[in-house]
Design a protein around this ligand. Sequence first.
Ligand code: TXA
Ligand code: MG
Length: 359
Amino acid sequence: MLKVDPIDPEKEIVGEAIRILSEGGLVAFPTETVYGLGADSFNRDAVKRIYSVKGRPPDNPLILHISDFRELEVVAREVPSFVYELASKVWPGPVTFVLKKNDLVLPEVTAGLPTVAVRCPAHPVALSLIRGLGNPIAAPSANLSGRPSPTTADHVIKDLSGKIEMILDGGDTFFGVESTIINLTTDPPVLLRPGPVGVEDLERLTNLKVLIPAFAKGLGEAGVALSPGTKYRHYSPQTKLILVESGQCITQSDYLEYVKSLINEYLRERLRVAVMCSRETCSSYGNLTKLEVGSRNNLYEVAKNLFKKLREIDELGADLAISESFEERGVGLAIMNRLRKASSRVVFCVPTRQRVTID
Ligand code: TXA
Ligand code: MG
C-alpha cells in the first residue's frame, strides 16, 4: 500500500501502479465515488482475476473507466450525438453510461452483454492511471462481493489484503456512493443505479424524461438483462439492520416517535439495539448506541459517511441496528437505494395516534 496525494499524485507512485497494471496486475485506487479495483481492460486474465478476487458472480459486468469523453468510441459503437453532448457536461464525474458495446471490449468485461458501462472519473489519481496505461481500466468497487463499497484504503485492506498487487491510499473518497448509472440504449433512458448526480440534473441536461424503475430505488429486482448487479443483495452488515421508512408519517415528530417506540419494543425483549441517525435526530435517542451519519440538510454528507457507518455497525456488539431513512431527492435516492439493499427488513412508519391495537 502506498500513500498518494489525491489532488496532485506523485509521478513515481503513479508510474509504479501503471507498470503493475500493464503487466496484468490489479491495483486498487481512489475515485471520486468509491475505491475501484482496476485492471487493464484489454488483458483477459487480469479481468478474470477481478471476479475471482472479489468473489463476484460471473454474470455481473464491470464498468470501464476512460480519461476523456472522446475515448467513448474505443469502447462503444453507434453513440448518439446527444450522448457526447451529455458526456461533455457531466464528465469527468460520477455518471456511468450504458451504451452499445464495441467489438474491442472483452466479453469478460461485459459478462457477455451486448452493452458496455463506461465512465470518466473525476479523481486525479484515477485519471492519471488511465492516461498512463493508455487503455480503459476495468474497475468494480474494491470490496468483497456483497460488502459495502470502500470509501477509504483501510476498507480495501480489510476486504482484499494479500490478494492484489497494490493499493493506492488517496484518503477518503469525495462522494462516498457509487456513480449514477443510466442506460442510454433505450428510449426513454432508464436509471439503473442512483448515485451522486440526481435524476433531476440528468433530465435537465438531456431534456429527456428518465425512467426510474422500482429496482433503482432499491425495491424489488431488475430483470437480469437490465442491470445484473441490481439483483444481488449488497452492502449488508452482519448485524441485522432494520430500515424505518417514512411510510404514512409526514412530520418528523411522528416519525421519531415511531422509531423510538419500535426501539423500545426490542429493548423490552432485552436486545442490544443501535440506531443509525441524522445529526438533527440522534440526540433524541438518549443513551442508546448511536451512529451519526450526517445532516438531513446536507445529503451529500450522509452519502459520504454511509458505507463507513454501515461497516461500523458490526463493531458495536449490538443484536440489531435500526436506521432512519432520508428524503429521496437528489443524492437521497442513492442513499435510500443503498439502505434498502443493506437492510434485512424494512418497516413503514405509522403515526402513533393512527395505530390500532387489537386485543
Ligand atoms: O462509482 C462507481 O461506479 C465505482 C467506481 C470504482 O467507478 N464502480 C462501481 O462498480 O461501482 P461496480 O462493479 O461495483 O458496479 C457496477 C454496476 C453493477 O451493478 C453492474 O451490474 C452494472 O454496473 N453494469 C455494468 N455493466 C453493465 C451493463 N452493460 N449493463 C447494465 N449494467 C451494467
Ligand atoms: Mg460494487
